[in-house]
Write a protein that binds this ligand. Sequence first.
Ligand SMILES: Nc1ncnc2c1ncn2[C@@H]1O[C@H](COP(=O)(O)OP(=O)(O)OP(=O)(O)O)[C@@H](O)[C@H]1O
Ligand SMILES: [Mg+2]
Length: 247
Amino acid sequence: MSLELRNVSRTFDGKRVVNNISFSAQPGEMIGLLGTSGCGKSTLLRAISGLDSGYDGEIAINGDTTKEIHDKAGFIFQEPRLFPWLTVLDNVTFGLKGDKKKKISRAKEYLKNVGLEGNGDLYPRQLSGGMAQRVAIARALVTSPEILLLDEPFSALDAFTKMQLQDLLLDVWKTYQSTIVLVTHDIDEATYLCDRVIILRGQPGEMDKEIQIKETRPRDRGSKHLAAYKAEILESLDLNKPSIQIS
Ligand SMILES: Nc1ncnc2c1ncn2[C@@H]1O[C@H](COP(=O)(O)OP(=O)(O)OP(=O)(O)O)[C@@H](O)[C@H]1O
Ligand SMILES: [Mg+2]
C-alpha cells in the first residue's frame, strides 16, 4: 500500500507541534522518521495510524483519505503493551476475528516467525523485555497490516537484542512486503534498515531533509557507506561538531 502525507500539521490547545509535513511512501518501502525528542514523531505516527484524527492536511493510504481506511495499519510501540492477564498466545489472537482454531494456528505461526515457538502459554511477567517485544511484533503482524508503523520499537532493548529484532523486522518486511514507517532516534538503526530517512527538526517539528539510503541489502552495519550516511545525518542535525573547543 502507498502512503501519502500532504501538509499535515497538528495543533494541541493552540500550540502547533508538527508543521506542514509532506512525504510519500511507495508500497513496500521502509521510511525512517528521525528527529530529536519532542519534534512530533509520535504525533505524526498516531495521525497516520488513525489513533488521532485531529490533524490538519491530508493523509492518503492507497489514494484514499477517508479515516476509516487507517485501520489497515499495524502499530508497534516503544514498550510491548501486552495484556498481563492473557497468555502470550491470547495476546496475539486478541485482535483477530473468526474461527477459534484458525486464530490459534495463525497466532502460533506468527510466534514461530518471531522466534517464540513453544512460548504461547507463558504470561507477560514471565518474559524478558526482548521476548515481550517479539510478542508485540507478532501481535501487530498477525492481522496482516499493509502498513506497519513502529514508534521506537527497539529503543528499550540491549544492543544485541536490538540488532536481532532489527534483522527480524527485515525478514518480516521481505516476507510480507509491508510499507513501513519507523520512528527512531537511533541513526545507525535508520541507516541499516530504511530506504529513505526523513529528518524532522525543531518545535514545532518540520521536515528538514530527506536522505535516500542507496546501499543494497543485506547491509553491513560497519560499512563505510553507512558511516557516510550517518555523517550526513549528523551534519544536518548539527551534531557533527565538537561542542568543546580544545586548543
Ligand atoms: N495529546 C497531546 N496534548 C498536548 N500536547 C501534546 C499531545 N501529544 C503530544 N503533545 C506535544 O507535542 C510535542 C511532540 O510530541 P511527540 O510525542 O510527538 O514527540 P516525539 O518526537 O515523539 O518525542 P520523543 O522522541 O521524545 O518520543 C510535545 O511537545 C508534546 O508535549
Ligand atoms: Mg515519541
